[in-house]
Ligand binder design. Structure first.
Ligand SMILES: Nc1nc2c(ncn2[C@@H]2O[C@H](COP(=O)(O)OP(=O)(O)OP(=O)(O)O)[C@@H](O)[C@H]2O)c(=O)[nH]1
Ligand SMILES: [Mg+2]
Length: 453
């Protein structure tokens, strides 16, 4: 140290001062360098991840500043935009409110009604589709004569098994016990049933005795008038009432002809210029729904399709609503003939009837049971069971064309207090007829030579 002092010729006090300043400078320098390297910022870390050199970051603080300023400007801009938008929305809202206040009260009421009507139409859960009616079908211009000849033709099997046998019977010379036994047998084979057969025999025998008739041919004439008497009592009006929509529920065991009958009914109403809707509430079989849709398309009616497996009552409920909102004249509801669930068919039908009547007072206006004439006396049993469950208003007897058991209609009319409203005499659209006792009896008792025309 003395050599340094003597070499540079400075006094010792100046030397201590210079040395102290140098040490302080070096320590300060070391501290600055250490802290700058060892405590990096969050931004420098991000940039490291981005492979940007640390040194560059450390050497460009002005860039950070620039970015911060831009961000602050953006935030300020965003706030301005938000404020502007909010202001505009508020103005718009005030404008809309002002406009709404000036809208005429009737327009508001109309939109409310429209909304209610729309919401009334369907609940998407049960209804899969409502198909608008296609172009209407041509009205049939078939003359009345062709109907009668078709009825005669339709009843030809029953006539062969009933009237032809009767003709053989009355060709005897006298009326004796043998004739009466064969008479009973003929009527029972034609499916008039034991009760009705016995009643007819008793009534005719009494009349023959009272009038002292000996000619067996008279048996046929008296039988004809007695049958007409029975059928006349059962003849029900098929006319639809003023109720709009007129709602018909169609029931019956499987395969009797419900869906086909609905197709024919829809056609009949369509020909009367009615707006018709058909509803497929047999949701257990997809094929049943498709089958009804085919009929609806063929006839040109509105069609409401229930979702597969949906509650049939819910479909019926929606169908009623839809038919009201679409201003239909007639709604015809198809039902299942057999359920594939453990539910009881009668309970299901009762429920459906209740739901429909709750939705529209007085509905269903018709509860028609479809019976298959080929099942003979079984049809009478079915009618009794269905009537207990759902209060039938009428019967449609189908397939009279395909059976020798058409005599069942006389049994139905005699034993049940339910009017026969329709008869089915074939698979064509026009093969459903309003039941007319006189026409029926004439067609049944017509002689073979007359059926040719
Ligand atoms: N010959 C004839 N056949 C008929 C008549 N009515 C219906 N059918 C036929 O009877 C069969 C059954 O008719 P559907 O209408 O499917 O019977 P359904 O009662 O709806 O049957 P499910 O839906 O299975 O309960 C079909 O082949 C029809 O063509 C009729 O008056 N005469
Ligand atoms: Mg069916």
């Amino acid at each position: 140290m003395e050599s340094i002092i003597s070499t540079f010729n400075i006094n010792p006090q100046d030397f201590v001062f210079i040395a102290g300043c140098t040490v302080i400078f070096i320590v300060t320098l070391i501290l600055v360098i250490f802290f700058r390297d060892e405590v990096p910022t969050a931004e420098s870390t991000e940039h490291q991840i981005d492979d940007s050199p640390v040194q560059e970051q450390a050497l460009t603080p002005s860039k950070e500043l620039e970015e911060t300023e831009i961000t602050q400007q953006e935030v300020a801009l965003d706030q301005a935009v938000v404020e502007e938008v909010t202001k505009k929305q508020t103005e718009d809202f005030v404008a809309i409110t002002d406009t709404q206040e000036t809208v005429h009260i009737e327009e508001i009421e109309k939109s409310v009604v429209d909304n209610v009507q729309q919401s009334q139409v369907i609940s998407e859960q049960v209804v899969e589709e409502i198909v608008k009616a296609p172009e209407p079908v041509q009205q049939p211009d078939a003359p009345a004569e062709s109907f009668l000849s078709r009825l005669r033709l339709g009843l030809s099997k029953t006539r062969a098994g009933f009237i032809d046998k009767l003709d053989a019977l009355i060709s005897r010379n006298e009326i004796n016990d043998e004739v009466w036994e064969e008479f009973e047998e003929t009527l029972i084979l034609a499916d008039l049933g034991v009760t009705t057969t016995m009643k007819l025999r008793e009534d005719i025998e009494n009349e023959i005795e009272r009038k002292s008739i000996t000619d067996p041919h008279e048996i046929k004439n008296i039988l004809k008038s007695k049958i007409l008497e029975i059928l006349k009592k059962s003849e029900g009006s098929a006319a639809i009432s003023n109720n709009k929509p007129f709602i018909m529920m169609i029931a019956g065991v499987n395969g009797v002809g419900k869906t086909t009958t609905i197709g024919k009914l829809a056609y009949k109403f369509k020909c009367e210029n009615k707006k018709v809707m058909v509803a497929a509430a047999d949701t257990f079989r997809a094929a049943a729904v498709d089958q009804l849709e085919v009929w609806a398309n063929r006839v040109g009616t509105e069609f409401i399709r229930g979702r597969s497996g949906a509650d049939p009552s819910a479909v019926a409920f929606d169908a009623v609503k839809a038919s009201v909102s679409r201003n239909c004249d007639v709604l015809i509801i198809d039902t299942a003939g057999r359920l594939h669930t453990r539910e009881n068919l009668m309970d299901e039908l009762k429920k459906m009837r209740k739901v429909v009547s709750r939705e529209l007072e007085g509905a269903p206006h018709e509860t028609i049971l479809v019976l298959d004439a080929t099942t003979g006396q079984n049809a009478v049993q079915q009618a009794k069971i269905f009537n207990e469950a759902i209060d039938l208003t009428g019967i449609a007897l189908t397939k009279l064309d395909g059976t020798a058991k058409g005599g069942v209609i006389i049994s139905i009319a005699n034993e049940l207090n339910i009017p026969v409203k329709y008869i089915g005499i074939g698979e064509r659209l026009e093969d459903l007829r309003e039941f007319n006792a006189e026409e029926f009896v004439e067609a049944l008792f017509v002689s073979e030579s007359e059926t040719i025309h």
